[in-house]
Design a protein around this ligand. Structure first.
Ligand code: GLN
Length: 493
């Protein structure tokens, strides 16, 4: 049924869907047989998992939605793909995305834009969110069971919010990035999309392991140290016996917040309160600079990462004659000019500029400072101190009494915009407009913290959601508190 769905509708969630009939069918039958014999490999045995097309797969091409990789076939699987296949999961095709993960609407793809499976009340097509829009739509439209995405600044959480699915970004370094095409290494994480938090947890538990091939992967020893640290900073029994303290960051209550989003936020807080949890307002003052810092740091890292696609070492070569008829004389610029789309070119220019000697101090270094302030803000409101902190200032101030266990806030400031408003030459189509959608997701990315977006349905007046009243609400936790973040997500879902 999933594969029929992949071929049936025009949502363009897949760059490479699975063929209607193929080897995968045998794998499903084998898994069925194992289940009948009670020898299931894991809870994912025989399940279809869609993979974002910036994650390498041996059997299917990996394009990153870019012209520069349109002929690329990876000789290996990413670690996450191997882990899923070892657990019996079946790769359900490669999903569409913003080129190299750069975008917030899944419209920057060499293979055409992704459409949300939800529509507004006038039947207009809506943004699927980005950059993992294909993965989110594949889940929402029953084209797979769960999907992998990547989240550098919100690319799993934003599409989850727009499509009404659950999207989880784990703490930085828990899931292997080996075989995942780098966008901004210090921020990149692999994330999971599913219909429910429980399906997302199943996938996370299979991927949440040390990988020696990823230099930023957290070692087994550090993992157990982090868990002990978090447990001792809370009584082990607290989660079941004591109410949680839920933080409401004041700075997220911006005037641009759509009424339906604010309503969903308030409803979620009321629901948590009804369950006996305590609500506290907290302040994260550096939040207002987080977005600008992100859009300096991410393009800077991207400009360096993408330098290798020059048509010699990597990338589809474009060596036709230049405008003066000289062939080969502009091999690099021809290759890069043809291979990269406009948003990727813009990021490369931005990043190269902010790393240049004259601009470095004013942009890159300042943005690094803001990043540190954002991290310190989070550490100062969480009850558990940061297990990765090397000094007291970074660790926060544990036990001060007005600290919280998790933060709850919207995932995005508005419901999904119409595609017609963000493509073409309309006023809403400027790149800056797209960047603003990431305002609530980038802070957790800059700090490397776990965060989940779950769909919350607003009842009553919901005109401005334009669809079914579904809005994404985000839960953010201290580093390593991934399980707690999922538990709170589950309460809200
Ligand atoms: N929209 C953000 C960007 O374009 C986030 C992307 C991501 O998380 N991959 O950079």
């Amino acid at each position: 049924k999933c594969i029929a769905n992949q071929h049936a509708n025009g949502l363009n969630a897949f760059i490479t869907p699975l063929p209607r009939a193929g080897q995968w069918l045998d794998r499903v039958r084998e898994a069925d047989r194992r289940r009948d014999q009670g020898k299931q490999k894991s809870i994912l045995d025989g399940r279809l998992v869609a993979i974002k097309d910036n994650i390498c797969t041996r059997e299917l091409p990996t394009t990153c939605a870019s012209g520069i990789l349109d002929k690329f076939a990876s000789p290996f699987n990413a670690t996450v793909v191997d882990q899923l296949e070892d657990a019996g999961a079946i790769v359900a095709g490669k999903t569409n995305l913003d080129e190299f993960g750069m975008g917030s609407h899944s419209t920057n793809s060499r293979f055409g834009l992704v459409k949300n499976s939800r529509r507004d009340k006038d039947g207009q097509d809506l943004s699927a969110g980005g950059s993992s829009g294909g993965s989110a739509v594949a889940v929402a439209a029953d084209q797979c069971y769960v999907a992998l995405g990547t989240d550098t600044g919100g690319s799993v959480r934003l599409p989850a919010a727009y499509t009404g699915t659950v999207g989880f970004k784990p703490s930085y370094g828990l899931i292997s990035r080996w075989g995942v095409v780098a966008y901004a290494n210090s921020l990149d994480t692999v994330g999971v999309l599913g219909k429910t938090t429980s399906s997302v947890r199943d996938v996370f538990s299979i991927l949440n392991h040390y990988d020696e091939r990823d230099p930023t992967s957290i070692s087994a020893r550090s993992r157990s140290r982090i868990n002990t640290h978090l447990q001792t900073s809370r009584l082990a029994s607290r989660l079941t016996s004591t109410p949680l303290r839920i933080g409401v960051p004041l700075e997220y209550n911006i005037s641009e917040l759509a009424p339906s989003v604010r309503q969903a936020w308030l409803m979620s807080l009321a629901h948590l309160q009804e369950q006996g949890h305590t609500i506290k307002t907290v302040s994260l003052p550096a939040t207002k600079h987080a977005l600008s810092a992100y859009y300096v740091l991410a393009p800077a890292e991207a400009s360096s990462n993408l330098a290798k696609y020059d048509g010699v070492r990597y990338g589809t070569r474009h060596d036709g004659p230049d405008n003066d008829g000289n062939s080969d004389s502009y091999l690099y610029s021809n290759t890069r000019g043809h291979g990269f789309g406009p948003e990727v070119q813009r990021r490369i220019l931005l990043g190269t500029f902010s790393l240049s000697a004259d601009a470095m101090d004013n942009y890159f270094i300042q943005a690094q400072r803001v990043r540190r302030l954002v991290q310190q803000d989070f550490d100062s409101v969480f009850h558990a101190s940061n297990p990765l902190a090397t000094n007291d200032l970074d660790a926060g101030r544990p036990g001060s009494g007005d600290d919280v266990d998790v933060l709850v806030c919207p995932t995005a400031p508005s419901p999904p915009p119409r595609l017609s408003d963000i493509t073409g030459n309309s006023a809403g189509s400027s790149p800056l407009n797209a960047y603003v959608n990431d305002v609530f997701t980038v802070p957790a990315s800059l700090a490397g913290l776990p965060a989940i977006s779950v769909p919350v349905t607003v009842t009553g007046s919901n005109q401005d959601t334009g669809t079914d009243g579904m809005t994404g609400i985000q839960v953010i936790g201290q580093y390593g508190d991934d399980e707690l973040v999922m538990q709170v997500g589950e309460i809200l879902e």
